[in-house]
Ligand binder design. Structure first.
Ligand code: GRG
Length: 314
């Protein structure tokens, strides 16, 4: 019991340390300085981008980059750069997801959503600006001196966040809600729910782990192990999110809950039932720990991350 408590405290401290470093870096990347080839940074857009990206959040994705990169002794500053790119993509996706045309939410991270604070056009452009900036960051020599590594990172983030990744997953989700078929809600089976969630939520978390392996120039076998961990973690994260939507309270979660069931959404809970989803979550934590076996004790912090993801309350 004490061991589990200690492990949680160690994890919390490492997560907080990445969160503090990433906050400083995001601040710098979003300051008013215009870069070569940029003409100007319009103030309202800058402010909205900062509102979306500097609004707190657990910073779990940069943590995954930093801690996976540490397995391969890749420099922390480079991992933070790739983590910042990933966090910008994540923040853009939240701002766009909250828009009236998508999930139509008023609250995110306990604060008014970007379109509520500003307006829809500004929220859309802030998301666009963050997405584009992410690839700018990955392309910088500061992220890695080897251009081949940088191209690998760009490709992996594009694949994880785009058509066959997060954006594609969002499309499948909206289609399942009946947005494009005269309001007809699609009843998704287990395979379809898993595909949708793997794309919509899992792909970015998986990229976080892959990015660490890419930065560390891991061997194909090491990359495969980390990739498997990231995929399992992504599924665990989504099941925990589905459970929070059913069992969490809006004030702690920082956004509205109970929306999935109200919309008749296909989620892991609707497919597996409450107890089934909890059992699957436990199994995923065990499997993700096994995936890290080749790294021995060096991967303890990532094993704790899987447990944190499964047990999180927000
Ligand atoms: C609009 C292109 C586009 C994509 C949207 C990720 C996504 C796709 C929508 C978000 C909807 C949602 C709430 C999904 C559940 C998983 C998720 C991404 C939760 C928020 O991530 P956390 O818990 O958030 O890491 P913080 O605030 O800690 O960063």
């Amino acid at each position: 019991m004490t061991d589990a408590k200690d492990a949680r405290a160690v994890f919390r401290q490492r997560l907080d340390s990445v969160a503090a470093d990433i906050e400083t870096l995001l601040e710098r990347l979003l300051d008013g300085t215009t870069l070569p080839e940029e003409r100007a940074r319009p103030r309202r857009l800058m402010e909205a981008m900062r509102y979306v990206a500097l609004a707190g959040g657990k910073r779990l994705r940069p943590f995954l980059v930093v801690e996976t990169a540490a397995l391969f002794k890749a420099p922390r500053e480079r991992a933070l750069m790739a983590g910042a790119a990933l966090e910008f993509v994540h923040c853009y996706s939240l701002a766009h997801d909250d828009l009236p045309a998508m999930d139509n939410d008023d609250l995110r991270r306990g604060k008014p959503t970007a379109h509520k604070k500003y307006d829809e056009a500004t929220a859309i452009l802030a998301g666009d600006g963050l997405l584009t900036l992410a690839f700018d960051i990955l392309a910088r020599p500061e992220t890695h001196p080897n251009p081949g590594v940088r191209v690998d990172l760009v490709l992996a983030l594009a694949r994880g966040s785009g058509l066959g990744g997060m954006v594609g997953g969002q499309m499948l989700d909206l289609a399942a809600e009946g947005r494009f078929d005269g309001g007809k809600v699609q009843k998704l089976g287990p395979t379809e729910v898993k595909l949708l969630q793997t794309m919509k939520t899992g792909a970015l978390l998986r990229f976080g782990c892959l990015a660490g392996a890419i930065l560390g120039e891991a061997t194909p076998a090491q990359r495969e192990a980390v990739d498997r961990y990231g995929t399992l973690l992504g599924e665990a994260f989504q099941i925990a999110d589905d459970l929070l939507d059913v069992e969490g309270d809006a004030a702690t979660v920082g956004k509205a809950t109970g929306k999935d069931a109200a919309l008749g959404k296909g989620t892991f809970v609707s497919i597996l039932g409450l107890e089934g989803a909890k059992a699957r979550l436990k199994q995923l934590v065990a499997e993700s720990e096994q995936a890290l076996a080749p790294f021995g004790a060096d991967a303890n912090i990532l094993k704790m991350a899987a447990r944190f993801v499964a047990e999180r309350k927000a």
